[in-house]
Design a binder for this molecule. Structure first.
Ligand SMILES: *Cc1c(COP(=O)(O)O)cnc(C)c1O
Length: 427
């Protein structure tokens, strides 16, 4: 597999380099040089999730990794299903939250962990990351128990929800969690300091589990195929998929799936009031406003870091950006949609409800709609309980972790102290 840097096209890397490096020069994102077309799509759709995903990812990765290796990576990463549920005629929810941390990020995070292990150049690796809650959980569970990889996760003490903390600070083993006496920015600054320390970097094999890593998007392509495989032939013909978007990785993966031959008539970019992209698609002006806090906080993003990949793909395929559906939804509207779905017999949290809301507005007669449900309702329990006046039950994994003891150590906002922890963990 060959990829190039979108900003500096002459920088070209292999899959292994792209996975290890994350970002290219000048903060440029890597993009595949070739997007293989997958041949007989109906045939492919009749395969099971792991077999089909192995074919898709092997076609992308090419001869850099043997197919058997890709198969074992997919098998280890995709241990939970992506299921379609009908909420009303011609309208389906795609549930992506059956993984260990109850959000779609488990697919990408776990495949990235497998990829990093597969392309590592030997020796030990230390993954260092800062989290304000959700990413840390996905990273921790993705790398838990992996050989020769230590994970250190920094988070602001007392500033993440108790449930979030329980989800990733109770694992132990190769997962080390550190509660920093400071805020999230302080945690991020410590991580940056560590990466700027070249001596430390080589000594402990420092690596990041960055959200712009191409391996994440590659994994996410696979569940779009899995979704379509669960629809009948007629429904596949006029399919519209609505994606609740923050950094726009999920939508990028959907468009990549389409470029590889998945039959999708139209994608919809659905956001909350952080609506840089919908406004851009209306007016042609890129004009990010300050980020506002919403009840769908995983989408509180004003400078979506995957957007350049969407522009690149659309340009290469000759797809006009105007063919993308779009819509921005307020907290009040998303609460109404959570209620509307509940009345239809479907329990949904605000991110999924936003995708549903925009889909409802834009679905035309004869079309079949799918909206992505990116998180389990229990993950946003406070909001959902409040809207529906109910008491959402915690699913198994969350309930199990909620009674386990916290294993975090506490640390001052001090780089020298952090260095000691990193060396000890590595030792
Ligand atoms: C991360 C996240 C999103 C946004 O996905 P992007 O790929 O960043 O657009 C939406 N919903 C939930 C629950 C998330 O965690």
């Amino acid at each position: 597999m060959k990829l190039y840097n979108i900003k500096e096209n002459e920088e070209q890397v292999s899959f292994g380099q792209a996975v290890r490096q994350g970002l290219g020069r000048n903060q440029g994102l890597f993009f595949p040089q070739q997007l293989p077309e997958l041949g007989d799509i109906d045939d492919l759709l009749s395969e099971d999730f792991v077999t089909r995903s192995t074919k898709i990812l092997s076609a992308l990765i090419g001869d850099e990794l043997p197919k058997e290796k890709v198969h074992s990576m997919v098998d280890a990463a995709f241990k939970f299903p992506a299921v379609i549920k009908e909420v009303k005629p011609n309208c389906y929810a795609l549930e992506l939250f059956h993984g260990p941390t109850l959000a779609f990020k488990d697919f990408g995070g776990r495949f990235m962990a497998q990829s990093l292990a597969a392309v590592s150049e030997g020796g030990k690796t230390t993954i260092l990351t800062a989290t304000s809650g959700d990413t840390g959980a996905a990273v921790a569970h993705a790398f838990y128990g992996m050989k020769d990889i230590n994970v250190v996760i920094l988070y602001p003490k007392g500033k993440i929800s108790p449930l979030q903390e329980k989800l990733f600070c109770t694992l132990g083993g190769n997962i080390h969690t550190v509660a920093i006496n400071g805020d999230f920015d302080a945690c991020q600054a410590l991580v940056k300091q560590a990466f700027d320390d070249h001596e430390l970097r080589t000594e402990i094999g420092l690596n990041s589990a960055n959200s712009i890593n191409i391996s994440r998007l590659m994994a996410q392509i696979c569940y779009y195929f899995e979704a379509v495989s669960q629809l009948n032939k007629q429904e596949r013909e006029n399919l519209v998929i609505s994606v609740p978007s923050g950094n726009f990785g999920n939508l990028t993966a959907g468009l990549l799936a389409k470029a590889m031959g998945l039959p999708v008539k139209r994608f919809i970019a659905a956001t909350n009031t952080n609506d840089t992209v919908p406004r851009y698609l209306e007016t042609g002006v890129w004009d990010p406003k300050p980020t506002v806090a919403t009840t769908s906080n995983a989408m509180d993003v004003c400078q979506p870091n995957n957007w350049p990949r969407i522009e690149e793909l659309c340009q290469r395929k000759g797809w006009g950006l105007s063919t993308l559906g779009r819509g921005a939804v307020s907290d009040q509207q998303s609460a109404n949609s959570v209620q509307e779905l509940y009345d239809l017999g479907y329990l949904c949290e605000p991110h999924g409800a936003i995708a549903y809301q925009v889909l409802q507005q834009q679905l035309e007669p004869g079309e079949t709609g799918v909206f992505l449900c990116t998180a389990h309702p229990a993950k946003f329990k406070e909001v959902v309980d409040d809207i529906l006046n109910c008491d959402v039950e915690l699913p198994g994994p969350l309930a199990k972790h909620s009674v386990m003891p916290l294993l975090s150590e506490e640390l001052d906002n001090d780089f020298v102290a952090l260095k000691q922890v990193l060396r000890r963990v590595q030792g």
